[in-house]
Design a protein around this ligand. Structure first.
Ligand code: ATP
Ligand code: MG
Ligand code: MG
Ligand code: MG
Length: 561
């Protein structure tokens, strides 16, 4: 490719809108441009890198025996009602009506659509195992889209879905995908960890996240220094006998809890499952509650209770009261979106008492305790795990680190196939539900994560497998009778050798060209300049190390292939 014929609008200045390095560099290097919040155009050089990731993903999925298909982005709400997720998914699901007033949505994920295909087309145990995948644009109306491609509203995902005859067979499919993911992220040149994860709203029984280690990661992961244990924060968070920061643990006042129906109603209202509704108070050393840990949409959020606790009257700005089916208020919902707080009336009353001065020392207020209302293992006194806690597996020392979730594998079980009545006939003639798994890779997020891990002050440093070009030739004598033909010959020879090469044939100053070459992050730069006239040598420079070597053009061609 000739630089003069490309469309790579680089920026010399740091764009003010970009908070993290990958976002800044992708804008500066002309990879992406923002259309609206969380929605980006992928410019030619950016698309080239996205395609590289897609191809690696595609090759590894195919190698693992998965079959590519492509499903629609627009989905009928009916399917989501069948699975029960139309209510549960919450505001990330962008809903709209078509001209016939049919409820529709933009696919944030495709369990419903694929289950619909499979229940109609696959009928026998002989059809399995099957794993179908697509690489497709997803839409999630993220509450806080940010960091460019890292958390977009529109983004490219690879999503795969496996269908098996039994739980054991589904485990095999899961392991295959787990192994494929390891290959994918290794080939992308990423330093990552596969960590145990909770399976959250999507349901299911078993799950791992693939986390790229990076300072700007939005997730915290827990890694044991003494064994293989690695988990995300949520999964690692331990069930504690005592409140974390309190001086002493105490018998609690028995707060009346809302009945099962009430909690159900509240969860339905919030569009989440009861098991996600986990809350505990965080205490200061003096026993003063300062925050609550709330789990909603698989995030544990610290929600400050100042509003709640500081107010004489219960004032919760912008928050809504939640009523049960009979119209009795049962709690409060807010703040909007993922940060969900449920406070039972009884609890509010107890906390108000506590704060009204009648607080016996060592008294703790507890919230809605789902453990009393539901059989769910995740419910208890939760606080975030710390490095002071022992490793849940070996008792060893834990470390915390930041990570970017680039992939996620779930063993789903029969949740979807039961709700959507997707069955096959087994060997013994019986109708059984498909045992499913689902597996996602954030293709566009991988690009951002790669930059987070591979850059320096001058720009991106692409891992070779993701680089838009492997080599950039910097022609420093466009007008020169010796340099120009030599650079052009090198270009055509490298092309002929199958090397992905960009030639900077713009009539610009050397410094200008070198800056762009560094910014774009192309692994090797070959400079054809005055030196060539003197000695017949070109300069080959490795982007990552900055090391340079003088070589004859033929030598450079052999070296760069
Ligand atoms: P997150 O925790 O970051 O919100 P998720 O757990 O909601 O991600 P999944 O449903 O597991 O995401 O989707 C599979 C993969 O899609 C994720 O592992 C991630 O790499 C990618 N992904 C999810 N949301 C986004 C987004 N808003 N922008 C870019 N990639 C995303
Ligand atoms: Mg999400
Ligand atoms: Mg996640
Ligand atoms: Mg996930």
């Amino acid at each position: 490719m000739r630089y003069s014929k490309t469309f790579i609008p680089t920026l010399k200045e740091n764009p003010a809108e970009a908070e993290i390095i990958s976002h800044r560099l992708m804008l500066r290097a002309g990879f992406i441009r923002k259309l609206t919040a969380g929605v980006y155009s992928y410019l030619p050089i950016g698309l080239t890198v996205i395609r590289k990731v897609e191809n690696i993903v595609r090759e590894e999925m195919n190698r693992a025996g998965a079959l590519e298909l492509l499903m629609p982005m627009v989905q009928p709400a009916d399917l989501w009602m069948e699975s029960g997720r139309y209510k549960k998914y919450g505001p990330e699901l962008l809903r709209f009506q078509d001209r016939h007033e049919r409820e529709s949505c933009l696919g944030p994920t495709h369990e419903e659509v694929i289950t619909d295909i499979v229940r109609k087309e696959l009928h026998s145990y002989r059809d399995m195992p099957v794993n179908l995948y697509q690489i497709q644009t997803k839409f999630r109306d993220e509450i806080r889209p940010r960091f460019g491609l890292m958390r977009g509203r529109e983004f490219v995902m690879k999503d795969a879905y496996s269908f098996d005859v039994s739980d054991e067979a589904a485990s095999e499919s899961y392991v295959k995908m787990y192994e494929a993911y390891k290959r994918i992220f290794a080939r992308c040149g990423l330093d990552y960890r596969a960590v145990q994860a909770d399976s959250g709203t999507i349901g299911g029984s078993f799950s791992h996240e693939f986390m790229v280690l990076a300072e700007n990661g939005e997730d915290t992961i827990v890694i044991c220094n003494d064994c293989e244990y690695a988990a995300n924060m949520e999964k690692a968070t331990v069930v504690l006998k005592e409140p974390a920061d309190s001086a002493e643990s105490l018998p609690l006042e028995k707060v009346e809890t809302p009945g099962k129906r009430t909690v159900d109603t509240v969860c339905e209202f919030l569009g989440i499952e009861p098991r996600q509704l986990v809350k505990t108070m965080v205490y200061m050393a003096d026993g003063k509650p300062v925050a609550a840990l709330v789990r909603g949409d698989r995030q544990i959020e610290k929600v400050k209770l100042t509003n709640l606790l500081g107010a004489t009257e219960l004032e919760m700005a912008g928050e809504q009261e939640v009523f049960d089916a009979t119209g009795v208020p049962t709690g409060y919902l807010g703040p909007a979106g993922l940060k969900i707080r449920i406070v039972a009336d009884q609890e509010v009353a107890a906390m108000k008492n506590f704060y009204a001065g009648g607080n016996e020392k060592n008294y703790h207020v507890k919230n809605v305790n789902l453990g009393r209302d539901f059989e769910v293992d995740a419910v208890a006194d939760l606080r975030e795990i710390t490095t002071d806690d022992p490793c849940p597996e070996c008792g060893g020392r834990l470390g915390l680190t930041e990570g970017i979730e680039v992939g996620h594998v779930f063993k789903l079980g029969t949740g979807y196939s039961e709700k959507m009545n997707a069955t096959f006939q087994d060997k013994d003639g019986q109708e059984k539900h498909f045992v499913m798994g689902c597996y996602g890779v954030g293709v566009t997020r991988v690009v951002a994560a790669a930059i987070e891990q591979h850059h320096d002050d001058n720009g991106i440093i692409w891992p070779v497998a993701l680089a838009p070009y492997s080599v950039v030739i910097v022609n420093l004598g466009i007008q020169d009778e010796v340099i120009n033909p030599a650079a052009e010959k090198l270009y055509s020879d490298l092309l002929a050798a199958g090397v992905e090469v960009l030639i900077d044939d713009r009539d610009e100053r050397p410094g200008f060209k070198f800056k762009d070459a560094d910014l774009l992050g192309i692994p090797y730069r070959v400079t054809v300049g005055k030196g060539f006239k003197k000695s017949g040598m070109v300069e080959v420079r490795e982007r990552r190390s900055g090391e340079t070597k003088e070589m004859a053009p033929e030598e450079a061609i052999a070296f760069l292939q």
